[in-house]
Design a protein around this ligand. Structure first.
Ligand code: HEC
Length: 99
């Protein structure tokens, strides 16, 4: 048990320290989004949340924050790299901010 916790903590730390260099996996982001977020966001009208005129997210950096907030609101317990995969997927598919 302790060992498992240490491994998890080490993984988490190395994920955090590598955050700058992490290359998001967009396919994984699409999968996670379909699995956990589509309830509200992939029904045709709700997808429009991402593209509506007065959408909340107006900057690439804010997209990470919003994805993280939604993931926490639903207690998904995502790792930072999973959140990044999903924001990368949303950016690629809807927001289209420059990288
Ligand atoms: C229970 C329904 C529901 C679920 C599940 C949900 N969302 Fe949302 N989400 C919303 C609603 C409603 C808004 C619009 C909030 C507003 O306009 O104030 C929103 C807004 C957003 C936005 C900002 C859209 C904008 O205006 O730019 C993002 C990004 C987002 N959600 C991502 C996610 C992600 C990622 C997940 C999965 C972890 C998720 N959401 C799960 C309902 C949901």
């Amino acid at each position: 048990m302790t060992r498992h916790l240490i491994t998890t903590a080490t993984l988490l730390l190395s994920t955090l320290s590598l955050a700058d260099e992490y290359q998001p996996d967009i396919d994984n982001g699409a999968f996670l989004h379909a699995e956990h977020c589509s309830e509200c966001h992939s029904v045709p009208n709700h997808e429009a949340l991402y593209t509506r005129e007065n959408r909340i997210v107006q900057e690439r950096i804010r997209l990470n924050g919003q994805v993280s907030a939604c993931a926490q609101a639903f207690s998904l317990g995502w790792f930072p790299d999973e959140e990044q995969d999903v924001s990368a997927y949303l950016n690629e598919t809807y927001y289209r901010f420059p990288k």
